[in-house]
Design a protein around this ligand. Structure first.
Ligand code: ATP
Ligand code: MG
Length: 225
């Protein structure tokens, strides 16, 4: 699903990612840990094509990001969904309108859109807020809208950048159950998190750690890929 070889990335003269090699099989579940400023968001942004590959080789979901032109990045984004750390939902639209948007863009028929959006909102306990404007939601509710929008399209790869950062303990654990359900259906998942309890509750998941731009496998090393 992902194959990265010797990738580095700098912002001006600040080297944010250093010589990273990483691979991930289809259907793997990976936690990405590391302190603030370690490079987690930068790593995710490269995988999603929001930042260019400056050095090294990067392959994601069958797309060679070294050569994928800007005009074809929408193809990558059909297979790779992102939950952004700062949500990036549309504040003046309702919860339902935000979540249905990626399905509308894909030309999914209306009756399927309605069914899928309702099911996802129910699973994230947002059904009562369906027609509330997103600007009127709490931070935790907005975060769940961002997750709903990412999973409603059933992506091959889900990148979630601190998806439980604004949630209380119960909601965080419920959100992890939803990610695990998705994982059972075959979605590959990378979750950036600082939440130790979540890591402890998933002893089988692989953990990689970023520290000052350097990546290390911490648990469940995936060899030979
Ligand atoms: N747009 C940018 N311009 C310049 N430097 C940046 C930019 N974005 C990130 N950086 C720098 O790159 C480094 C990695 O940032 P990044 O946002 O990837 O960290 P992070 O691990 O996601 O941190 P956090 O846990 O706080 O979200 C930091 O030193 C940051 O200051
Ligand atoms: Mg970040």
């Amino acid at each position: 699903m992902i194959s990265i070889s010797r990738m580095s990335y700098s912002f001006n003269n600040h080297l944010a990612l250093k010589d990273i090699s990483f691979s991930m099989r289809q259907g793997e579940f990976v936690f990405l840990c590391g302190p603030s400023g370690a490079g987690k968001t930068t790593f995710m942004r490269i995988l999603h094509g929001a930042l260019p590959v400056q050095r090294g080789k990067v392959d994601v979901a069958g797309y060679d990001l070294n050569t994928l032109p800007e005009r074809k990045k929408h193809l990558l984004r059909r297979d790779v969904s992102v939950v952004f750390q700062d949500f990036k939902i549309l504040p003046r639209l309702s919860v339902f309108a935000n979540v249905e948007l990626p399905l509308k863009v894909r030309g999914v028929p209306r009756h399927i859109i309605t069914k899928r959006v309702r099911a996802v909102l129910r699973s994230l306990h947002l059904d009562k807020k369906s027609f509330t404007l997103c600007e009127e939601l709490s931070g935790g509710e907005q975060q769940r809208v961002a997750v709903a929008r990412a999973i409603v399209v059933k992506p091959k790869l889900l990148l979630a950048d601190e998806p439980t950062g604004n949630l209380d303990r119960d909601l965080s654990l419920r959100m992890m159950d939803i990610f695990q359900q998705f994982h059972k259906f075959g979605t590959s998942i990378i979750i950036a998190t600082h939440n130790q309890e979540i890591l402890d509750r998933m002893p089988d998941a692989r953990i990689v750690c970023l520290a000052e731009g350097v990546m290390q496998d911490v648990r469940g090393t995936c060899q030979g890929l």
